[in-house]
Design a binder for this molecule. Structure first.
Ligand code: TYM
Length: 332
């Protein structure tokens, strides 16, 4: 990652549950590809995870596990900076300054805030509302060019761009205005139990999700139980959200187009198609799961990598923050 003349790609993931098929196809798979060509920065968004109630021990354990899962997905600390967000205090510091340049009106329009407020009605805390500003700080702190994310983060990226442009207009050119990178396939993988909603790592129904740490039998079983639609045609169509989701998953995993998949399975039944998708996902995840177990077994090595990642991130973040502090008039 040392070559900072390259364009900068940055993204984060919240340590909740495990890396799902949605996270993998919508984001992490692209991170792995991007680390080859970009100066890449990937972090475990542990501070974002504090916006909902969590057992401290569970958060700590999940954060370590996610670090190991990212490595298992092929994120390579030799090629990318990988760290825990909370180890780089500049994220929170920049967030405060950006807060003072963000309007409550625009924040209250965020659909994820509305959804999460409905889901956690007993805990609509300030952090939940301010979450997108922390995300803007994460991104702007590193003069990021490209942010590889799934479809659900698009609105947060638009807000980040608005904040950057506003700040630059008010104080002079300070931040790079980032672009989202949302893949064509895999940007919105849906729940296996309700294909009208996105697959979410916090879904209480385990049958709705598969993750990179699930074993092969579990993955195949969940696909066998996947909710499909009436009829028997294997085609992508608006009135067939269940089958369309499975076609997209198979296409993204196998590197094919949805049209190829329709041809491949023309005339076959839903049952055999669901098994084929399950087996393809299980085969793709098997080596990841094995690597995950190996990485997680050496906690000292993980901590050492996380420490080095945080040091590099902190060094880069300081450069932007120094500029920002000066721009807004804080005494040096
Ligand atoms: P998170 O942890 O919810 O998800 C991590 C990444 O996975 C993508 N994703 C999906 N893609 C396709 N289909 C799905 N069903 C699906 N579910 C999730 C998300 O779009 C995301 O890219 N706020 C972020 C974490 C974050 C961040 C950042 C991202 C914090 N700071 C700065 C980018 C830049 C989040 O909660 O992602």
């Amino acid at each position: 990652m040392e070559d900072i003349s390259k364009k900068i790609a940055l993204s984060g993931i919240q340590p909740t549950g495990s890396v799902t098929l949605g996270n993998y196809l919508g984001a992490v798979q692209n991170w792995r590809k991007m680390q080859e060509d970009f100066s890449s920065i990937f972090f475990i968004a542990d501070m974002h995870a504090l916006t909902v109630k969590r057992e401290p021990a569970d958060l700590r354990q999940a954060s370590m596990s996610f670090f190991a899962q990212l490595l298992a997905c092929g994120i390579d600390p030799e090629k990318a900076i990988v760290y825990f967000q909370s180890h780089v205090h500049q994220h929170a510091e920049l967030q405060w300054i950006l807060n003072c340049n963000t309007y409550v009106g625009e924040i209250s329009r965020m659909t994820q805030f509305k959804d999460k407020s409905a889901k956690h009605a007993d805990n609509i805390n300030m952090g939940l509302m301010d979450y997108p500003v922390l995300m803007a700080a994460d991104i702007l702190l590193f003069q990021t060019d490209l942010v590889p994310v799934g479809q659900d983060q698009k609105q947060h990226l638009e807000l980040t761009r608005d904040i950057a442009i506003r700040f630059n207009n008010r104080y002079g050119d300070t931040f790079k205005v980032p672009e989202p990178y949302i893949p064509e396939l895999g940007a919105k993988i849906c729940s296996l139990q309700d294909p009208l909603v996105k697959m979410s790592k916090s879904d209480p129904d385990p049958n709705a999700i598969v993750s990179i740490v699930d074993d092969e039998a579990t993955i195949v079983r969940r696909f066998k139980r996947a909710v499909t639609d009436s009829g028997n045609e294997i085609v992508v169509r608006e009135d067939k959200p269940g089958i369309s989701n499975l076609i997209n998953i198979y296409a993204a995993i196998e590197g094919k187009t949805p049209a190829d998949v329709e041809k491949e399975f023309a005339g076959q039944g839903y049952g055999s198609f669901k098994i084929a998708v399950g087996e393809a996902v299980a085969a793709a995840f098997k080596p990841l799961r094995d690597d995950y177990v190996r990485y997680l077994n050496d906690k000292a090595a993980l901590m050492e990598l996380a420490k080095k990642g945080a040091e590099k991130a902190s060094w880069l973040a300081t450069k932007t923050l120094r500029k920002v502090r000066k721009r807004v008039g804080l005494v040096e």
